[in-house]
Design a protein around this ligand. Structure first.
Ligand SMILES: [Zn+2]
Length: 465
Protein backbone atom coordinates (compact mmCIF):
# COMPACT_ATOMS: atom_id res chain seq x y z
CA UNK A 1 0.00 0.00 0.00
CA UNK A 2 1.48 3.31 -1.06
CA UNK A 3 2.14 6.00 1.51
CA UNK A 4 -0.25 8.80 0.60
CA UNK A 5 -0.53 12.32 1.95
CA UNK A 6 -3.08 14.90 0.86
CA UNK A 7 -2.48 18.59 1.44
CA UNK A 8 -5.61 20.74 1.27
CA UNK A 9 -4.73 24.41 1.16
CA UNK A 10 -6.24 27.82 0.62
CA UNK A 11 -3.77 28.68 -2.11
CA UNK A 12 -1.56 26.34 -4.11
CA UNK A 13 1.22 28.04 -6.07
CA UNK A 14 2.24 25.13 -8.26
CA UNK A 15 4.95 27.13 -10.12
CA UNK A 16 3.98 24.85 -13.01
CA UNK A 17 2.76 26.82 -16.04
CA UNK A 18 0.10 24.26 -16.89
CA UNK A 19 -1.30 23.98 -13.37
CA UNK A 20 -1.00 27.62 -12.28
CA UNK A 21 -2.51 28.86 -9.03
CA UNK A 22 -5.32 26.92 -7.37
CA UNK A 23 -7.51 28.62 -4.76
CA UNK A 24 -8.27 26.41 -2.98
CA UNK A 25 -6.19 23.48 -4.11
CA UNK A 26 -4.98 20.02 -3.21
CA UNK A 27 -1.65 18.28 -3.56
CA UNK A 28 -1.42 14.52 -3.37
CA UNK A 29 1.92 12.98 -2.43
CA UNK A 30 2.51 9.30 -2.99
CA UNK A 31 5.70 7.52 -1.92
CA UNK A 32 7.65 10.78 -1.78
CA UNK A 33 6.53 11.96 -5.20
CA UNK A 34 3.88 14.48 -6.23
CA UNK A 35 1.10 12.30 -7.60
CA UNK A 36 -1.56 14.89 -8.43
CA UNK A 37 -2.43 18.57 -8.06
CA UNK A 38 -6.00 19.82 -8.47
CA UNK A 39 -8.96 21.55 -6.89
CA UNK A 40 -10.80 18.43 -5.70
CA UNK A 41 -8.89 15.19 -6.12
CA UNK A 42 -11.55 13.08 -4.35
CA UNK A 43 -8.94 11.24 -2.29
CA UNK A 44 -10.25 9.53 0.83
CA UNK A 45 -7.49 7.13 1.81
CA UNK A 46 -4.58 9.45 2.57
CA UNK A 47 -3.17 11.15 5.61
CA UNK A 48 -4.54 14.70 5.38
CA UNK A 49 -2.89 18.01 6.15
CA UNK A 50 -5.77 20.46 6.17
CA UNK A 51 -4.46 24.01 5.87
CA UNK A 52 -7.19 26.32 4.60
CA UNK A 53 -5.25 29.45 5.61
CA UNK A 54 -1.98 28.40 4.03
CA UNK A 55 -0.04 28.95 0.86
CA UNK A 56 1.38 25.68 -0.43
CA UNK A 57 4.31 25.89 -2.81
CA UNK A 58 7.53 24.14 -3.77
CA UNK A 59 10.43 24.55 -1.36
CA UNK A 60 12.91 27.33 -2.09
CA UNK A 61 16.28 26.64 -3.71
CA UNK A 62 19.42 28.50 -2.58
CA UNK A 63 22.01 28.12 -5.34
CA UNK A 64 25.14 29.36 -3.52
CA UNK A 65 25.95 29.54 0.18
CA UNK A 66 29.26 29.26 2.01
CA UNK A 67 27.54 27.20 4.66
CA UNK A 68 30.69 26.50 6.68
CA UNK A 69 30.59 30.13 7.90
CA UNK A 70 27.27 29.71 9.76
CA UNK A 71 28.77 29.60 13.30
CA UNK A 72 30.31 33.03 12.60
CA UNK A 73 26.93 34.38 11.54
CA UNK A 74 26.51 38.15 11.29
CA UNK A 75 30.07 38.84 12.45
CA UNK A 76 30.65 40.41 9.01
CA UNK A 77 27.44 42.41 8.71
CA UNK A 78 29.25 45.77 8.65
CA UNK A 79 32.32 44.62 6.76
CA UNK A 80 33.61 45.67 3.38
CA UNK A 81 35.03 43.07 1.02
CA UNK A 82 38.49 44.06 2.32
CA UNK A 83 37.48 43.36 5.92
CA UNK A 84 35.97 40.06 4.85
CA UNK A 85 39.08 38.90 3.01
CA UNK A 86 41.16 39.43 6.15
CA UNK A 87 38.64 38.45 8.79
CA UNK A 88 37.28 35.31 7.18
CA UNK A 89 39.61 34.21 4.43
CA UNK A 90 43.06 34.92 5.80
CA UNK A 91 41.76 34.89 9.37
CA UNK A 92 39.17 32.52 10.77
CA UNK A 93 39.05 30.03 7.89
CA UNK A 94 42.36 28.30 8.68
CA UNK A 95 41.29 27.53 12.26
CA UNK A 96 38.32 25.38 11.28
CA UNK A 97 38.68 21.77 12.42
CA UNK A 98 36.56 19.12 10.69
CA UNK A 99 34.11 19.22 13.60
CA UNK A 100 33.69 22.97 13.05
CA UNK A 101 32.92 22.40 9.38
CA UNK A 102 30.38 19.78 10.46
CA UNK A 103 28.80 22.15 12.99
CA UNK A 104 28.64 24.92 10.38
CA UNK A 105 27.06 22.79 7.70
CA UNK A 106 24.56 21.24 10.07
CA UNK A 107 23.55 24.59 11.57
CA UNK A 108 23.44 26.41 8.24
CA UNK A 109 21.49 23.72 6.41
CA UNK A 110 18.96 23.25 9.21
CA UNK A 111 18.49 27.02 9.35
CA UNK A 112 17.78 26.91 5.61
CA UNK A 113 15.37 24.00 5.96
CA UNK A 114 13.55 25.66 8.85
CA UNK A 115 12.99 28.73 6.66
CA UNK A 116 11.56 26.73 3.74
CA UNK A 117 14.72 26.23 1.66
CA UNK A 118 14.50 22.55 0.77
CA UNK A 119 17.44 22.53 -1.67
CA UNK A 120 20.76 24.14 -0.80
CA UNK A 121 23.91 24.33 -2.88
CA UNK A 122 26.73 24.34 -0.35
CA UNK A 123 29.59 26.30 -1.96
CA UNK A 124 32.25 24.66 0.19
CA UNK A 125 35.63 26.35 -0.22
CA UNK A 126 37.31 25.86 3.13
CA UNK A 127 38.25 22.19 2.85
CA UNK A 128 41.75 22.05 4.32
CA UNK A 129 41.86 18.23 4.42
CA UNK A 130 39.82 15.25 3.21
CA UNK A 131 38.46 15.01 6.76
CA UNK A 132 36.98 18.49 6.36
CA UNK A 133 35.22 17.39 3.18
CA UNK A 134 33.87 14.29 4.89
CA UNK A 135 32.59 16.42 7.77
CA UNK A 136 30.95 18.93 5.41
CA UNK A 137 29.10 16.13 3.62
CA UNK A 138 28.09 14.53 6.92
CA UNK A 139 26.59 17.85 8.06
CA UNK A 140 24.54 18.11 4.87
CA UNK A 141 23.36 14.51 5.15
CA UNK A 142 22.43 14.81 8.82
CA UNK A 143 20.26 17.86 8.08
CA UNK A 144 17.70 15.95 6.01
CA UNK A 145 17.68 18.67 3.33
CA UNK A 146 18.25 18.15 -0.36
CA UNK A 147 21.72 19.50 -0.91
CA UNK A 148 24.42 19.83 -3.49
CA UNK A 149 27.89 19.59 -2.04
CA UNK A 150 29.90 21.86 -4.32
CA UNK A 151 33.52 20.93 -3.67
CA UNK A 152 35.56 24.13 -3.66
CA UNK A 153 38.92 22.94 -2.26
CA UNK A 154 40.55 25.07 0.47
CA UNK A 155 43.28 27.44 1.59
CA UNK A 156 46.07 26.14 -0.71
CA UNK A 157 43.84 26.91 -3.68
CA UNK A 158 42.46 30.21 -2.39
CA UNK A 159 45.66 32.03 -1.40
CA UNK A 160 48.06 34.07 -3.53
CA UNK A 161 45.47 34.80 -6.18
CA UNK A 162 45.38 34.27 -9.05
CA UNK A 163 46.38 30.81 -7.89
CA UNK A 164 48.62 28.36 -9.70
CA UNK A 165 47.64 25.49 -7.38
CA UNK A 166 45.31 23.05 -9.15
CA UNK A 167 41.95 22.12 -7.57
CA UNK A 168 42.26 19.27 -5.06
CA UNK A 169 41.69 15.87 -6.66
CA UNK A 170 40.25 14.60 -3.37
CA UNK A 171 37.00 15.23 -5.21
CA UNK A 172 37.64 11.97 -7.12
CA UNK A 173 37.66 10.04 -3.84
CA UNK A 174 34.45 11.78 -2.76
CA UNK A 175 32.77 10.87 -6.04
CA UNK A 176 33.54 7.20 -5.39
CA UNK A 177 32.94 7.15 -1.68
CA UNK A 178 29.77 9.24 -1.31
CA UNK A 179 28.39 10.03 -4.74
CA UNK A 180 28.48 6.89 -6.86
CA UNK A 181 24.88 7.73 -7.79
CA UNK A 182 23.15 11.07 -8.31
CA UNK A 183 19.92 9.45 -7.23
CA UNK A 184 20.15 10.58 -3.60
CA UNK A 185 19.32 13.64 -1.49
CA UNK A 186 22.89 14.93 -1.36
CA UNK A 187 24.70 15.16 -4.69
CA UNK A 188 28.06 16.44 -5.93
CA UNK A 189 29.11 19.51 -7.91
CA UNK A 190 32.38 21.39 -8.28
CA UNK A 191 32.87 24.96 -7.07
CA UNK A 192 35.71 26.24 -9.22
CA UNK A 193 37.75 29.42 -8.84
CA UNK A 194 37.54 30.20 -12.54
CA UNK A 195 39.63 32.70 -14.49
CA UNK A 196 39.31 35.49 -11.91
CA UNK A 197 40.98 33.60 -9.06
CA UNK A 198 43.19 31.01 -10.74
CA UNK A 199 45.63 31.40 -13.60
CA UNK A 200 44.44 30.48 -17.06
CA UNK A 201 46.55 27.28 -17.10
CA UNK A 202 45.15 26.24 -13.73
CA UNK A 203 41.59 27.03 -14.81
CA UNK A 204 41.97 24.75 -17.83
CA UNK A 205 43.09 21.92 -15.51
CA UNK A 206 40.25 22.60 -13.05
CA UNK A 207 37.60 22.42 -15.77
CA UNK A 208 39.20 19.22 -17.05
CA UNK A 209 38.96 17.72 -13.55
CA UNK A 210 35.28 18.67 -13.28
CA UNK A 211 34.60 16.95 -16.60
CA UNK A 212 36.51 13.89 -15.47
CA UNK A 213 34.58 13.71 -12.19
CA UNK A 214 31.45 14.39 -14.24
CA UNK A 215 29.81 17.12 -12.18
CA UNK A 216 28.11 20.42 -12.77
CA UNK A 217 30.24 23.53 -12.20
CA UNK A 218 29.56 26.69 -10.20
CA UNK A 219 31.92 29.65 -10.47
CA UNK A 220 32.11 33.26 -9.21
CA UNK A 221 32.33 35.78 -12.05
CA UNK A 222 31.70 39.47 -12.49
CA UNK A 223 32.03 40.52 -8.85
CA UNK A 224 33.57 43.95 -8.38
CA UNK A 225 36.98 44.87 -9.70
CA UNK A 226 37.88 41.25 -10.55
CA UNK A 227 34.69 40.96 -12.52
CA UNK A 228 35.75 43.47 -15.13
CA UNK A 229 38.58 41.22 -16.36
CA UNK A 230 36.35 39.70 -19.08
CA UNK A 231 36.20 36.20 -17.50
CA UNK A 232 33.33 35.01 -19.69
CA UNK A 233 35.03 36.10 -22.88
CA UNK A 234 38.08 34.07 -21.87
CA UNK A 235 35.96 31.03 -20.98
CA UNK A 236 34.29 31.22 -24.37
CA UNK A 237 37.58 31.52 -26.22
CA UNK A 238 38.64 28.33 -24.47
CA UNK A 239 35.38 26.56 -25.19
CA UNK A 240 34.52 26.25 -21.50
CA UNK A 241 31.03 27.77 -21.51
CA UNK A 242 28.40 25.08 -21.06
CA UNK A 243 24.80 24.59 -20.04
CA UNK A 244 25.74 22.87 -16.78
CA UNK A 245 27.62 25.85 -15.38
CA UNK A 246 26.16 28.38 -12.92
CA UNK A 247 27.69 31.85 -12.96
CA UNK A 248 27.51 33.47 -9.52
CA UNK A 249 27.11 37.28 -9.24
CA UNK A 250 27.68 38.52 -12.85
CA UNK A 251 27.47 42.20 -11.74
CA UNK A 252 30.30 43.68 -13.79
CA UNK A 253 30.20 41.36 -16.79
CA UNK A 254 29.71 43.09 -20.13
CA UNK A 255 26.32 42.86 -21.84
CA UNK A 256 28.07 40.83 -24.54
CA UNK A 257 29.34 38.42 -21.88
CA UNK A 258 25.82 37.94 -20.52
CA UNK A 259 24.75 37.15 -24.08
CA UNK A 260 27.53 34.55 -24.31
CA UNK A 261 26.21 32.88 -21.14
CA UNK A 262 22.70 32.91 -22.57
CA UNK A 263 23.93 31.37 -25.84
CA UNK A 264 25.61 28.55 -23.95
CA UNK A 265 22.51 27.77 -21.87
CA UNK A 266 24.32 28.59 -18.61
CA UNK A 267 22.49 29.69 -15.46
CA UNK A 268 23.09 32.55 -13.03
CA UNK A 269 22.90 33.14 -9.29
CA UNK A 270 22.22 36.58 -7.81
CA UNK A 271 23.22 37.22 -4.17
CA UNK A 272 21.79 40.71 -3.80
CA UNK A 273 22.50 41.27 -0.11
CA UNK A 274 26.22 40.63 -0.30
CA UNK A 275 26.66 42.22 -3.71
CA UNK A 276 25.20 45.48 -2.42
CA UNK A 277 27.18 45.33 0.82
CA UNK A 278 30.56 44.35 -0.53
CA UNK A 279 30.65 46.50 -3.63
CA UNK A 280 30.33 43.77 -6.25
CA UNK A 281 28.22 46.14 -8.34
CA UNK A 282 24.48 46.39 -8.83
CA UNK A 283 22.79 42.99 -8.71
CA UNK A 284 22.62 41.90 -12.35
CA UNK A 285 18.96 40.79 -12.19
CA UNK A 286 17.60 43.21 -14.80
CA UNK A 287 20.58 42.92 -17.13
CA UNK A 288 20.36 39.13 -16.96
CA UNK A 289 16.68 39.31 -17.86
CA UNK A 290 17.53 41.58 -20.79
CA UNK A 291 20.03 38.95 -21.94
CA UNK A 292 17.37 36.23 -21.72
CA UNK A 293 18.60 34.64 -18.50
CA UNK A 294 16.20 34.21 -15.59
CA UNK A 295 18.47 34.10 -12.55
CA UNK A 296 18.32 31.99 -9.42
CA UNK A 297 18.90 33.49 -5.98
CA UNK A 298 21.44 32.81 -3.25
CA UNK A 299 22.41 33.69 0.29
CA UNK A 300 26.22 33.56 -0.26
CA UNK A 301 28.05 34.88 2.83
CA UNK A 302 26.03 33.60 5.78
CA UNK A 303 28.53 35.18 8.18
CA UNK A 304 27.22 38.52 6.94
CA UNK A 305 23.57 38.39 5.91
CA UNK A 306 20.59 36.33 7.01
CA UNK A 307 20.09 32.82 5.71
CA UNK A 308 16.49 32.78 4.48
CA UNK A 309 15.04 33.24 1.02
CA UNK A 310 12.46 35.85 2.05
CA UNK A 311 15.26 38.31 2.75
CA UNK A 312 17.03 37.41 -0.49
CA UNK A 313 13.83 37.91 -2.52
CA UNK A 314 13.26 41.29 -0.87
CA UNK A 315 16.76 42.63 -1.53
CA UNK A 316 16.62 41.32 -5.09
CA UNK A 317 13.37 43.08 -5.92
CA UNK A 318 14.22 46.26 -3.99
CA UNK A 319 17.62 46.67 -5.62
CA UNK A 320 16.28 46.16 -9.14
CA UNK A 321 13.30 48.46 -8.64
CA UNK A 322 15.57 51.10 -7.13
CA UNK A 323 17.92 50.78 -10.07
CA UNK A 324 15.13 50.94 -12.67
CA UNK A 325 13.44 53.94 -11.07
CA UNK A 326 16.79 55.68 -10.61
CA UNK A 327 17.67 55.20 -14.27
CA UNK A 328 14.25 56.46 -15.33
CA UNK A 329 14.68 59.56 -13.17
CA UNK A 330 18.06 60.21 -14.77
CA UNK A 331 16.35 60.07 -18.14
CA UNK A 332 13.79 62.63 -16.94
CA UNK A 333 10.96 60.11 -16.55
CA UNK A 334 9.18 60.74 -13.25
CA UNK A 335 6.68 57.89 -13.54
CA UNK A 336 7.59 54.61 -15.24
CA UNK A 337 4.90 52.81 -17.28
CA UNK A 338 5.10 49.78 -15.00
CA UNK A 339 7.55 48.02 -12.73
CA UNK A 340 9.34 45.49 -14.89
CA UNK A 341 10.28 43.06 -12.12
CA UNK A 342 7.23 41.54 -10.44
CA UNK A 343 6.86 39.61 -7.20
CA UNK A 344 5.90 36.52 -9.16
CA UNK A 345 9.17 36.72 -11.12
CA UNK A 346 11.15 36.74 -7.90
CA UNK A 347 9.27 33.74 -6.49
CA UNK A 348 10.10 31.92 -9.74
CA UNK A 349 13.78 32.81 -9.29
CA UNK A 350 13.65 31.32 -5.78
CA UNK A 351 12.04 28.06 -6.92
CA UNK A 352 11.99 26.89 -10.56
CA UNK A 353 15.04 28.86 -11.61
CA UNK A 354 16.94 27.65 -8.55
CA UNK A 355 16.15 24.08 -9.48
CA UNK A 356 17.36 24.71 -13.03
CA UNK A 357 20.63 26.20 -11.76
CA UNK A 358 21.23 23.07 -9.70
CA UNK A 359 20.44 20.75 -12.60
CA UNK A 360 17.49 19.45 -10.59
CA UNK A 361 14.58 20.91 -12.58
CA UNK A 362 13.39 17.42 -13.47
CA UNK A 363 13.10 16.68 -9.73
CA UNK A 364 12.15 19.85 -7.84
CA UNK A 365 11.24 23.54 -8.25
CA UNK A 366 7.54 23.14 -9.01
CA UNK A 367 4.60 21.08 -7.82
CA UNK A 368 4.45 19.03 -10.99
CA UNK A 369 3.16 15.45 -10.83
CA UNK A 370 6.13 13.10 -11.09
CA UNK A 371 8.54 15.44 -9.33
CA UNK A 372 9.89 14.87 -5.84
CA UNK A 373 7.58 16.12 -3.11
CA UNK A 374 9.63 19.05 -1.78
CA UNK A 375 6.78 21.18 -0.49
CA UNK A 376 6.33 23.99 2.02
CA UNK A 377 3.26 25.42 3.75
CA UNK A 378 3.24 29.07 4.71
CA UNK A 379 0.77 29.83 7.48
CA UNK A 380 -1.14 32.95 6.49
CA UNK A 381 -3.51 32.99 9.47
CA UNK A 382 -1.57 35.90 10.94
CA UNK A 383 -2.02 39.64 11.38
CA UNK A 384 0.55 40.32 8.66
CA UNK A 385 -0.84 37.96 6.00
CA UNK A 386 -4.64 38.25 6.45
CA UNK A 387 -6.62 38.97 4.32
CA UNK A 388 -4.86 37.09 1.52
CA UNK A 389 -5.12 39.46 -1.43
CA UNK A 390 -1.95 38.65 -3.35
CA UNK A 391 0.08 35.53 -2.61
CA UNK A 392 3.10 36.72 -4.63
CA UNK A 393 3.31 39.99 -2.74
CA UNK A 394 2.73 38.14 0.53
CA UNK A 395 5.68 35.83 -0.04
CA UNK A 396 8.09 38.47 -1.27
CA UNK A 397 7.19 41.42 0.94
CA UNK A 398 5.55 40.12 4.10
CA UNK A 399 6.31 36.50 4.92
CA UNK A 400 9.27 35.38 7.02
CA UNK A 401 10.71 32.07 8.31
CA UNK A 402 8.37 32.18 11.30
CA UNK A 403 5.43 31.73 8.91
CA UNK A 404 6.85 28.50 7.51
CA UNK A 405 4.63 25.97 9.22
CA UNK A 406 5.46 22.75 7.38
CA UNK A 407 8.39 21.59 5.27
CA UNK A 408 8.43 18.34 3.31
CA UNK A 409 11.48 16.89 1.54
CA UNK A 410 10.97 13.94 -0.81
CA UNK A 411 7.65 13.28 0.88
CA UNK A 412 9.14 13.26 4.37
CA UNK A 413 7.79 15.83 6.82
CA UNK A 414 10.84 17.56 8.31
CA UNK A 415 8.99 20.51 9.86
CA UNK A 416 5.45 20.48 11.21
CA UNK A 417 3.48 23.04 13.22
CA UNK A 418 6.46 25.37 13.09
CA UNK A 419 8.93 22.89 14.61
CA UNK A 420 11.63 20.81 12.95
CA UNK A 421 10.81 17.11 13.31
CA UNK A 422 13.34 14.71 14.84
CA UNK A 423 16.07 17.32 15.19
CA UNK A 424 17.87 17.83 18.49
CA UNK A 425 17.93 21.61 18.11
CA UNK A 426 19.70 22.11 21.43
CA UNK A 427 22.56 19.89 20.26
CA UNK A 428 22.90 21.83 17.01
CA UNK A 429 22.98 25.14 18.85
CA UNK A 430 25.48 23.78 21.38
CA UNK A 431 27.82 22.55 18.62
CA UNK A 432 27.61 25.94 16.90
CA UNK A 433 28.40 27.88 20.08
CA UNK A 434 31.30 25.52 20.89
CA UNK A 435 32.73 26.09 17.42
CA UNK A 436 32.27 29.85 17.68
CA UNK A 437 33.98 29.88 21.11
CA UNK A 438 36.85 27.71 19.86
CA UNK A 439 37.42 29.98 16.84
CA UNK A 440 37.44 33.09 19.03
CA UNK A 441 40.09 31.46 21.26
CA UNK A 442 42.21 30.66 18.20
CA UNK A 443 41.90 34.24 16.97
CA UNK A 444 43.79 35.48 20.04
CA UNK A 445 46.98 33.81 18.78
CA UNK A 446 46.56 34.84 15.13
CA UNK A 447 48.13 38.20 14.22
CA UNK A 448 45.65 38.75 11.35
CA UNK A 449 42.62 38.66 13.67
CA UNK A 450 44.08 38.93 17.19
CA UNK A 451 41.79 41.86 17.98
CA UNK A 452 38.63 39.94 17.00
CA UNK A 453 35.69 40.49 19.27
CA UNK A 454 31.97 39.84 19.24
CA UNK A 455 29.29 42.49 19.53
CA UNK A 456 29.40 44.06 16.09
CA UNK A 457 32.04 46.74 16.52
CA UNK A 458 35.12 44.81 15.33
CA UNK A 459 36.47 45.59 11.86
CA UNK A 460 39.40 43.47 10.67
CA UNK A 461 42.22 45.21 8.89
CA UNK A 462 41.29 45.87 5.26
CA UNK A 463 43.27 44.25 2.49
CA UNK A 464 42.93 45.34 -1.06
CA UNK A 465 41.69 42.72 -3.47
ZN1 LIG B 1 30.31 33.25 -2.97
Amino acid sequence: MAERMLIKAGTVLSMDDDLGVLTPGEVLIEDGVIAAVGTDLGVTDAEVIDAPDSIVMPGFVDTHRHTWQAPLRLIASDWTLGHYLTGLHSGFSKHFRPEDTYAGNLLGTLEALDSGITTLLDWSHNLATPAHADAAIEGLKDSGARAIFAHGAGAPQWQNLPSTVPHSDDVKRLREEFFSTDDQLVTLAMALRGPQFATKETTLLDYQLAREVDTRITVHVGDGEWGRSRPIEWLRENDLLADDVTYVHCNELGDDELAMIADSGGTASVSADIELQMGHGWPATGRLLDAGIRPSLSIDVCSSNGGDMFGAMRSTIASQRGRDNGQAAEEGISLVEELRLGCRDVVEFATVEGARACGLDDKVGSLTPGKQADVILIDCDTLSLTPMNNPWGAIVYAAHPGNVDTVIVAGKVVKRDGELVGVDVDRVKRLAVETRDYLMTQAEGDAAIADAELGGAWLPEQVRA
